[in-house]
Design a protein around this ligand. Structure first.
Ligand code: NAD
Ligand code: IPM
Ligand code: MN
Length: 368
């Protein structure tokens, strides 16, 4: 049997730093659990622009389409801020999501007990938190036409269009309902049906899919602005949240701070099941390239490591091994190890990116 293939696109900024720790974890699974991947590496984002003049080459795109799973670090950085829009690092990531048709972006926000005191919210508000944001990822205002900057008379106009078809809403709603059935059976759908027609359609379609296919799941609806407020007021009221591309982007960064740091949040971007029964998939931390800490050994690798745990679960049917890795992370945090992002004003000395990676490997060893 051939080994499953993994394409690693470490990207820019802290991407390669956190991905180096994921490589240690991948190697550990090969050496200790007989779980070997065919790993290849390629470029995306600013580094691809530097090498090839484009944030994603057609060759890399084809490799991503062929891989069993793609792991991505982060893209972007100030050096690329003034590039033509079509050449920006972020366009490489958006092309991957669109062409692989990765419409369901799973962004779990879990507050590990050891970090409950570190959140900017009170420990009893976030302690034990375990929610799943399902963000629509291939449509909405990120991709809608018309778009662009035009001249109207003597001033410029910037245009983006929020556009959703019924089938786009229906498929991501199904993803959310399916996940809820494996969790606490509750979905809250967020849009702004009070001001946006696309929100009215979103609410209608989610309601129809629920009634026809998932009446056993508890469904509620919230305006996304109120949802943001409720996420900070009492986040434990939620189980699965399903929302559009832009609201999901904002709400998942907000949810990150419930868990202590943006450096903690993993994600899985999944498409429809392919012929082998598994979805096309890309796994990446929710955070970006963190230019302010790049090259200093300060980056928290946990979001990227937990993204690999999601790959074990959703692409390779290794839920037990995913749990092993998640428990190793939890054990390291329980021991008090913290990268700089998880330390307050009067905190203890932080560990570096590679020390955090090594400590997680030691916990994996201890789990055998
Ligand atoms: P960012 O997520 O890169 O950083 C926000 C803040 O969080 C910074 O202070 C950073 O130091 C901190 N942070 C982020 N990840 C961390 C980690 N793992 N450990 C410790 N601290 C961490 O967001 P930004 O500064 O708004 O964006 C920087 C660049 O990244 C931009 O070019 C943006 O487009 C890009 N970006 C890329 C992705 C992605 O590749 N998926 C996601 C978000 C932003
Ligand atoms: C994310 C990022 C991306 C997004 C950017 C880098 C394209 O913020 O993955 O959350 O807006 O989707
Ligand atoms: Mn984002």
């Amino acid at each position: 049997m051939t080994n499953p293939s993994l394409l690693i696109l470490a990207g820019d900024g802290i991407g390669p730093e956190v991905m180096a720790e994921v490589r240690k974890v991948i190697d550990w699974y090969g050496a200790k659990r007989d779980l070997t991947f065919d790993v290849s590496e390629d470029l995306v984002g600013g580094c691809a622009y530097d090498a090839h003049g484009t944030p994603l080459t057609d060759e890399t795109m084809a490799k991503a389409q062929a891989a069993d799973a793609v792991l991505l670090g982060a893209v972007g950085g100030p050096a690329y801020d003034n590039l033509d829009f079509s050449l920006k690092p972020e366009r490489g990531l958006l092309r991957l999501r669109k062409e692989m048709d990765l419409y369901a972006n799973l962004r779990p926000a879990q507050c590990f007990d050891a970090l409950a005191d570190f959140s900017s919210l009170k420990a009893d508000v976030v302690g034990g938190l375990d929610i799943m944001i399902v963000r629509e990822l291939t449509s909405g205002v990120y991709f809608g036409e018309p778009r662009g900057i035009h001249k109207e008379g003597n001033e410029r106009v910037g245009i983006n269009t929020q556009r959703y078809t019924e089938s786009e809403i229906a498929r991501v709603a199904r993803s959310a309902f399916e996940l809820a059935r494996k969790r606490n059976n509750k979905v809250c759908s967020m849009e702004k049906a009070n001001v946006m027609e696309s929100g009215v359609l979103w609410r209608d379609v989610v309601t129809e899919i629920h009634a026809a296919e998932y009446p056993d799941v508890e469904l509620s609806h919230m305006y996304a602005d109120a949802g943001a407020m409720q996420l900070t007021r009492w986040p434990k009221q939620f189980d699965v949240i399903v929302t559009d591309n832009l609201f999901g982007d904002l709400l998942s960064d907000l949810a990150a701070m419930l868990t202590g740091s943006l450096g903690m949040l993993p994600s899985a971007s999944l498409g429809a099941p392919t012929a082998n029964g598994r979805p096309k998939a890309l796994y990446e931390p929710v955070h970006g390239s963190a230019p302010d800490i790049t090259g200093q050994g300060k980056a928290n690798p946990i979001a990227c490591i937990l993204s690999f745990a999601m790959a074990l679960r959703y692409s390779f049917d290794k839920g037990d091994e995913a749990t092993r890795l998640e428990q190793a992370v939890e054990a390291v945090l329980a021991d008090g190890l913290r990268t700089a992002d998880l330390i307050g004003e009067e905190g203890r000395a932080p560990v570096s990116t590679s020390e955090m990676g090594a400590a997680i490997i030691a916990k994996l060893d201890a789990s055998l």
